[in-house]
Write a protein that binds this ligand. Structure first.
Ligand code: NI
Length: 257
């Protein structure tokens, strides 16, 4: 059974489907889903859904796109809610210099505050990084003492060389639908360099739909297409990929049972 380690069940495209998504989990080969927050509303909404649905876990965080909305009140709400059983990580947090929807200095500040939050809460962090791997690495180095609960690079799109750099922090790497795309050469090379015990799979649904459904809405069940691609690239069986990535996800997200 697979775990979709990163999905957005609070997204309006998935709202009408999400009861069905959860009730068909086992027939779709899924043992757990992690619905990831990207602002205060989606974090609280994801927690409410996780708390009423077996097999669903959640994270709390403010995405770099919304970095300018991270205030003290949101941080203290997250600090309190992080103690709930279903909250497995702080995220998604990080830097996005591709869209630059919040000023870069504001993104770095919000990222640093949430690295500190994850450390205080004793939770791993789920990072969103786009066109900002150098600055992300620098911020992690500055905060090296606060990373002991685990770092996950969601939807890893950095260079193969950077895999080594992040591995110094014992980082985990999650791959999604992008590895099935035709132009995925760089991502596939990165995938082959990730330590086997640090590899996760995800969908990031409703985004990043894998081939052959690219261009349509993505769903957690399509994580099986990602697992197939991982098996092909690493010359593993599908069963080995399932065992490996599920064990890795549970090791990282310690509260998941
Ligand atoms: Ni996401």
């Amino acid at each position: 059974m697979l775990i979709d380690s990163h999905c957005h069940l609070t997204d309006e495209r998935l709202l009408p489907e999400r009861e069905a998504i959860v009730s068909s989990m086992s027939e779709d080969g899924l043992c757990a889903l992690v619905t990831v927050g990207y602002d205060r509303e989606s974090s609280l909404g994801g927690l409410a859904f996780a708390e009423t649905h077996a097999g669903v876990w959640c994270t709390l965080g403010v995405h770099p796109h919304d970095a300018d909305k991270l205030d003290g009140e949101t941080l203290s709400a997250f600090r309190t809610l992080a103690e709930r059983d279903k909250v497995v990580a702080i995220g998604e947090i990080g830097l996005d210099y591709y869209y630059d929807l919040s000023p870069r200095d504001v993104q770095r500040e919000a990222f640093a505050r949430q690295i500190a939050l994850a450390d205080e809460c004793g939770l791993p962090m789920c990072l969103h990084v786009r066109d900002a791997y150098g600055d992300c690495l620098a911020l992690l180095k500055e905060n090296e003492g606060k990373l002991s609960h685990g770092v996950l690079l969601h939807c890893y799109s950095g260079s193969p060389e950077m895999v080594k750099e992040f591995s110094r922090f014992d980082a985990y790497f999650a791959f999604g639908g992008a590895i099935t795309f035709k132009n995925a050469k760089k991502n596939v090379e990165s995938l082959s360099l990730v330590p086997r015990d640090r590899l996760l799979v995800e969908t990031d649904c409703p985004y990043m739909t894998p081939v052959p459904y690219r261009g349509r809405t993505n769903f957690p069940r399509y994580v099986s297409l990602v697992a197939d691609k991982v098996a092909e690239v690493l010359s593993l069986s599908r069963e080995e990929v399932e065992e490996l990535t599920t064990a890795n996800t549970k090791r990282l997200f310690k509260k998941m049972k």
